[in-house]
Design a protein around this ligand. Sequence first.
Ligand SMILES: [Zn+2]
Length: 168
Amino acid sequence: MNGATRNRQLLTVGSDRKGSLVKRKDYLPEGKCAICGGEIAEIQVFSMAHGTDPNSGERVGMVTLTGACTHCDIDFYIYFTNGVSNDWVLKAPSASQLLEPLTQNEIAGLNAKLQRYQTLGKSWQVFLSRARDGDELWRYAHADGGITGITHVRCGVPIDQFETFGSL
Ligand SMILES: [Zn+2]
């Protein structure tokens, strides 16, 4: 199957969301959880975008799917460009971006700061609520430099990310 055919099929998926996506799961690379090795399930369309490559002038379709390890409750993402996929990845910083674990005082400070913002405060609470026993909260440096964000580290692996417009 060539890339163009795969692209059309994935774009069809977007119009019908989850139902047809399950039927077309065989076009997806098999996903294994980076923590427990379990299967990545609950696959859904996360976002779709179309545009024109400024250099080549060709049409480009970008599709992002999300799935989760039902055992660990960790989200994974897979990115398709014109129907060609990469591997499933965590939306999380790499271990080399980690700076230091947060102290209890710092966590309390962030709680107080973020609850002043309705949407951001809720997102922060959801982020915290998905932690498991043994997870640590770490500050990390954004890949582009400048701002910092917060991630849970589980078994030495950063598993998620929380970022805002400014450093946390
Ligand atoms: Zn898992």
